[in-house]
Design a protein around this ligand. Structure first.
Ligand SMILES: [Zn+2]
Length: 192
């Protein structure tokens, strides 16, 4: 077994393998480690059975995405965060994708028409692909497993920019609280 770095205050789990250590580094405690025997495990099924599509996989289908949007009357931002339609779209990525699609975070999901839904479908992929390239969007003052700080957040178009001018139209970016999370949007580029 190789020696590995000591666990820090935000490290919750280490799995030591012959190829290295898989570590759960989770400052905000949103994560979980589930160990289960086989596909039929009831705990596994309960935790994963309701999870949505993975946007960067072939599993992310337009028809399923659009019908999922149409079936919810919740605000679109909350539908994206909930994880039942898509997984991995966290608070920052949801704000950014909605900006790219020109949809206000408070818009009722079922009222989004096919044109803007298409834009959102593409924007989710675009934002997540950029985030992967940039090494994620780690919290300020925290670093990723290899010690480098994520650079996605510094390129955000609206997230964390309340009061600052929109890069597209110059209007001041606004912030609204939705279910205890902050959503950022441009009132001009995202009219509804
Ligand atoms: Zn704007």
């Amino acid at each position: 077994m190789q020696a590995h770095a000591a666990m820090g205050p935000h490290d919750h789990f280490d799995m030591v393998t012959s190829a290295g250590v898989l570590r759960l580094h989770d400052p905000r405690r949103f994560g979980a480690v589930v160990y289960a025997y086989g596909n039929g495990d009831p705990v596994m099924h309960r935790l994963l059975g309701k999870l949505g599509m993975e946007p960067l996989s072939d599993d992310f289908r337009w028809d399923a995405f659009f019908s999922g949007l149409r079936s919810s009357r919740a605000p679109i931002k909350q539908v994206l965060l909930a994880g039942r339609l898509v997984v991995g779209v966290g608070n920052i990525y949801a704000s950014e994708a909605l900006f790219l699609a020109g949809i206000r975070p408070t818009m009722e999901s079922s009222r989004i028409g096919p044109v803007r839904a298409r834009r959102l479908y593409a924007a989710i992929r675009q934002v997540l692909e950029l985030a992967v390239q940039r090494g994620g969007s780690t919290l300020r003052n925290f670093s990723s497993a290899d010690g480098s700080v994520g650079h996605f957040q510094s390129e955000a178009r609206v997230y964390g920019r309340e009061g600052a001018p929109c890069h597209t139209c110059g209007t001041a970016v606004r912030m609204v609280r939705q279910g205890q999370r902050s959503s950022y949007f441009c009132p001009r580029c995202q009219r509804a």
